[in-house]
Design a protein around this ligand. Structure first.
Ligand code: SAH
Ligand code: SF4
Ligand code: F3S
Length: 438
């Protein structure tokens, strides 16, 4: 048997890309590849890319530039671009960077073995179709190898919402849900390999409709799997938070009290211009209902500042909404015009105004995040341990609320789920003391 070829995958963007990268690695095992952590000795480099903001897309080209010496030293090295930049730019990528051998979109990577065979023959390979066949149905069975306690599991892909700023409906295509039996089988399989927490993924995960009762129905079914201790899901759109899903937060003990529910803006005028199809008030009322079902839930969100037409008053509305919600975690971005989206046609807010607003918003969000962490001090949480920390004897894991918690104690293993008392909050994590092991 010949020595295995080495595949280096670098992942950008959202968690769905993390999941896809795992599956791409698995798809290429049939061609004799094993994954490696270093580009230097790779036979193939795959960049799994993100197109969401201009900076994210440009990173790909600068990264490709860095691989040039490797390609010069080893002409047999193959370089591929996958993910959302591949979908958005297609053949343009090879034009701009001719050393790229392969371009594959997020809906066609199950065809990687054929594409790889093509590039091995010295040809270029390009596939950015949205094929009829279900890529997950075509991918090889997942390996049985043991894995860590956390896993992502994509259940839904694509988006039909067409927010005016967003490339996702174009790069990922129309909304599709995976059939529940396949999802449940994959979850069972992950649990048999050591997984104790599954995060269900979708660009619009709460639009999932592959199970009776939608995402809530799927969550109830997953909760029946012995050995699966924790369920999370991301990312949700406010308009798809149905009654059953809200209720699930109170009913399903395995569903963790953390919800990422982006609102983008607190101004009704801007929400309308963004095509978000709800008002700030509706979002706040929705949160009230969610908090009634699960009072301790930790809220997370995404915000865009400087959307075209955003005035000082609109921005103040965002600040007011944030103050009212009290986020435990949040992500905020300067608006970035994306080619092909409706908002890209509109006049932009000045860069210095965007910068000032971003700074102001981020300082409030950081303050809220710190306050949420401080509020954990003295409380008991359950931590799912993942890996050793930076200090000797330290293990790190996540609480129910997705806070990183580190504990120094003997005998903790990755995968342990233990009671921990929080004793201190530092900038990005909590320190705890072990109460019980398990
Ligand atoms: N499906 C998710 C979000 C996907 S993109 C949802 O609907 O919430 C992740 C985040 O990137 C978005 O929530 C938004 O805040 C941000 N984003 C998307 N397009 C952007 C753009 N053109 N400029 C700046 N931020 C953007
Ligand atoms: Fe993009 Fe909006 Fe769809 Fe989220 S809901 S992926 S922001 S179009
Ligand atoms: Fe980026 Fe595509 Fe995810 S654009 S955020 S990698 S869906």
């Amino acid at each position: 048997m010949s020595a295995p070829k080495k595949l280096f995958i670098k992942t950008y963007g959202c968690q769905m890309n993390v999941y896809d990268s795992e599956r791409m690695g698995e798809a290429l095992t049939s061609e004799g590849y094993v994954t490696t952590d270093s580009a230097d000795d790779a036979d193939m480099i795959l960049l799994n890319t993100c197109h969401i903001r201009e900076k994210a897309a440009e990173k790909v080209y600068s990264e490709l530039g860095r691989f040039r010496p490797l390609k010069e030293a080893n002409p047999d090295l193959k370089i591929g671009v996958a993910g959302c930049v591949a979908q958005a730019e297609g053949a343009e990528i090879i034009k701009r960077q001719p050393m790229v051998d392969l371009v594959v979109g997020p809906q066609s990577y199950h065809r990687l073995p054929e594409l790889e065979a093509k590039v091995r023959k010295g040809e270029k390979a390009l596939d950015t179709d949205f094929p009829e066949e279900d890529k997950f149905g075509q991918l090889p069975k997942r390996p049985k190898a043991a894995r860590g306690p956390n896993a992502f599991l994509t259940v839904q892909e694509g988006c039909d919402k067409f927010c005016a700023f967003c490339v996702v409906p174009y790069t990922r295509g129309a909304e599709v849900s995976r059939p529940a039996d396949r999802v449940l089988n994959e979850a069972q399989d992950l649990v048999e390999r050591g997984v104790r927490e599954i995060t269900l993924l979708g660009q619009n995960v709460n639009a999932y409709h592959g199970h009776d009762g939608g995402l809530a129905g799927l969550i109830h079914a997953l909760a029946e799997i012995d050995g699966l201790e924790r369920i999370r899901f991301t990312t949700s759109h406010p308009n798809d938070m149905d009654d059953a899903l809200i209720a699930a937060h109170g009913e399903v003990a395995k569903l963790m009290p953390y919800l990422h529910l982006p609102v983008q803006s607190g101004s009704d005028r801007i929400l309308k211009a963004m095509n978000r199809k709800h008002t700030a008030e509706e979002y706040l009322r929705l949160l009230e209902r969610i908090r009634a079902a699960r009072p301790d839930i930790l809220m997370s969100g995404d915000f865009i500042v400087g959307f075209p037409g955003e005035t000082d008053a609109d921005f103040e509305d965002t600040m007011t909404l944030v103050a009212e919600v009290g986020y435990g975690q949040a992500f905020s971005f300067k608006y970035s015009a994306r080619p092909g989206t409706p908002a890209a046609e509109r006049e932009e807010v000045a860069e210095d105004v965007k910068n000032a607003r971003l700074q102001q918003l981020q300082s409030l969000l950081v303050q809220q995040q710190r306050a949420a962490q401080e509020a954990m001090v003295g409380r008991n949480v359950r931590v799912l341990f993942e890996k050793p920390g930076r200090m000797p004897g330290q293990m790190v894991g996540k609480s129910e609320y997705l806070h990183a918690v580190h504990v120094t104690a003997d005998g903790i293993d990755a995968g342990d789920l233990s009671d921990v008392r929080i004793v201190e909050s530092s900038s990005n994590s909590l320190a705890g003391e072990l109460l019980s092991s398990g």
